[in-house]
Ligand binder design. Structure first.
Ligand code: GAL
Length: 359
């Protein structure tokens, strides 16, 4: 859990923005809720010197000092690169400089690397066949994984190659703790829900230390309704997804802060069983997902993807509670008492009722 600069600041991010984000993680209570990584995405890079050492650009005058500042707040420091000659935004990538860059990150105190395929696709096109291109890509990811390990500093390795060639099958072997499963998210219900609801079938590949990543959060960026952002958070926590906020933390509304820091939602996401959720049923615009939690609990998402309110139900017997069970409504922050048989709720358009069922 943490924050990443891309979804809000994109190519304009500065040292001051990162420091402000670190400050805000503390003042909003997000750090204490679990959001600890502060990740600079693309566009921090400057030029390589004669020795090949990559320096940050003028927007980041002193990376070591920035890392120290982040660490002084009880937070962790993340950075971004590409296995290609260039990053997506056209800045210097790590091709041919993997070990040197990994050493540099370690020297700056980096704790997290997002490694984004981008221009490495130019190399893959030269490979001759699809299979050769895939092997080349995996080798490039393995190379940086080994380089990070070689630094002796624990640096969480996050793959970003848009889910090409099923990274959930080879990600752990190259040293990754997480891998993107899809192309980029944006701040729209259409894109967010297309990504979230397409994640069925991947639960077997996630578990403690290795996670499917349906991309960063858009909560608070302003283009979805509150119900839609609750759907976003609910889907991501049911999917055991990394939670990387992507909004401007120096201007967080109370509603967005409540969504991002809801204790029950975060407890579902971070549940120690590490079992990713799955779709239970889909019927037209109604989607029901469940996630098995520790201590015999089950999280249930009753989603309404329609444009008007709908009744959405779950049969408690079907999810392992034949004699009924107490329910908690995560977003209402209310215990609903004991229920038996079919539980039905009226869910607003594009909204969700997120439940925790206890034995
Ligand atoms: C994309 C990546 C985004 C962001 C962007 C930066 O490829 O998926 O998350 O990192 O590049 O240029």
């Amino acid at each position: 859990m943490g924050w990443n600069s891309w979804n809000h600041f994109a190519g304009h991010v500065t040292d001051a923005d990162i420091r402000a984000a670190a400050d805000a993680l503390v003042s909003t209570g997000m750090r204490d809720a679990g959001y600890v990584y502060v990740n600079i995405d693309d566009t921090w890079q400057g030029e390589r010197d004669a020795q090949g050492v990559l320096h940050p650009n003028e927007r980041f005058p002193d990376m070591k000092a920035l890392g120290d500042y982040i660490h002084s707040k009880g937070l962790k420091f993340g950075i971004y690169s590409s296995p290609g000659a260039k990053t997506c935004a056209g800045y210097a990538g790590s091709l041919g400089h993997e070990e040197q860059d990994a050493r540099q990150y370690a020297a700056w105190g980096v704790d997290f690397l997002k490694y984004d395929l981008c221009y490495f696709q130019d190399e893959m096109r030269k490979a001759g066949s699809r299979a050769a291109a895939r092997d080349l890509m995996i080798a490039a990811y393995r190379k940086m994984g080994a380089a990070l390990q070689g630094t002796g500093r624990p640096i969480l390795y996050s793959l970003c190659q848009y889910g090409l060639d099923e990274p959930w099958k080879w990600g752990p072997a190259v040293g990754a703790s997480m891998w993107r499963t899809t192309d980029d998210i944006d701040d729209s219900y259409a894109r967010m829900s297309a990504i979230g609801f397409s994640q069925a079938g991947l639960s077997g590949f996630a578990g403690p230390g290795h996670w499917n990543d349906p991309d960063m959060l858009e909560i608070g960026n302003g283009k979805m309704t509150e119900d839609e952002y609750r759907t976003h958070m609910s889907l991501w926590v049911l999917l055991a997804a990394p939670l990387l906020a992507g909004n401007d933390l120096s201007h967080v509304s109370e509603a967005d802060r409540r969504i991002l820091t809801n204790k029950d939602a975060i407890a579902i996401d971070q549940d120690s069983l590490g079992q990713q959720g799955e779709r239970l049923h889909q019927a037209g615009d109604l989607d029901v997902w469940t996630r098995r939690l520790g201590r015999g609990k089950v999280a249930v998402g009753l989603f309404n993807r329609a444009w008007s309110p709908r009744d959405v139900s779950v049969d408690l017997a079907e999810i392992g509670f034949p004699t009924g069970a107490p329910l908690r409504d995560v977003w209402k922050e209310q215990d609903l008492g004991r229920h038996t048989g079919v539980f039905t709720d009226t869910v607003p358009r594009h909204g969700v009722t997120l439940l925790i069922v206890s034995p």
